[in-house]
Design a protein around this ligand. Sequence first.
Ligand code: F6P
Length: 404
Amino acid sequence: MIQKPCIGVLTSGGDCPGLNAVIRGVVKSAEQLGYECVGFLRGYEGLVDPVSYIPLNRKNTSGILNRGGTILGSTNKGRFAATVGVQDRVNIPVELLEGVATTVRQLNVAGLICIGGDGSLAVAQQFHEVGIPVIGVPKTIDNDLSATAFTFGFDSAVACATDALDRLKTTAESHERVMVLEVMGRHAGWIALYSGIAGGADVILIPEIPWTFDRVCEKILDRDHEGKRYTLIVVAEGAELPDGALVVQEGAKEGRGQVRLGGISAYVAKEIERRLRRETRTAVLGHLQRGGPPTTFDRVLATQFGAHAVRMVCEGRFGEMVCYNPPQIASVPIMQAVNRLSQVEPESSAVQAARALGICFGDSPTQCSPFRKAVSEPAAADENSSADSAFAECESLVEEALAT
Ligand code: F6P
């Protein structure tokens, strides 16, 4: 039985690099202030029926700063499905909430630190509404939570995708191919945008900017004309096809009733091959983006989040979420962060800088090209059929240009 006031911590939803760094940050700073710590296992599931937790201390959290995953386990499925918001609220069953309140009382939990993304923080908000003392900590590789400039996990995912682009570039160049890298991010294009800039992509396709195959193919031909007969494309899994369709994995539903995205790179590659008859290959990075050690940035951010969350318990700032408001770590009501997707702003400076460098977002002409007229005018009339002859014509122009 735990006697001293205690801080509970749990990790919920899809994992990401940096979760262990937060746990360590919580435990080390909580111990300094005289708290004991417990870690609930498998996300919210460990809070009730059966209650499952482990005591956490300096000894068993030693050496986890740079370890990926979470020592507490996590799940994005199970009994705790919640949304908040006026119209589409999904409530947690009352008996579950009562069970959690009982656990918190019995273990003398002074504050429950819930580390999670949008769905998990919606659960925390409902806990708060019934008086359970919660503090939220935002995590996700997708960086799609409002009210924080960055979530930890994002920088590590971007580093992974950037490394993949570095590798794809050399083989694309050797074989004069088009390479399409598909990255995660759900309905936000942050990972695609940042890795695309850092990895020197030529085309970035994101959910926030509608795009067409005409423009993508123009860019490939522009590069051909410059003598660069390879092209690197990064596509976000949640980018919609030009007809507005999302590409989802067949029959797959995620824990909270959402579709499981994935597979858009194959569509993009197939259409490029059909239009330009250029060898095109795909790489789907998948869960590699979620695994492995956190980057330096994520270690620092996660550690600060952990220490700040403990401070918030001491100050009784329940119902709030730690956030990064550069250069400060601050906090906001959880309600301000959930149910409001943070997406890339199409006019943001990052997008503008990318455009200034000639990176194509598949929406507008990137630079003056001798091929522009030939490819854009007929294709604009019929996205799917008229482009073929225009591109065939362009290709022979490119061949001619390269031969001279
Ligand atoms: O939200 C994080 C994330 O990795 C998304 O980028 C991705 O769409 C999803 O989770 C994958 O979920 P799962 O691990 O359940 O397949």
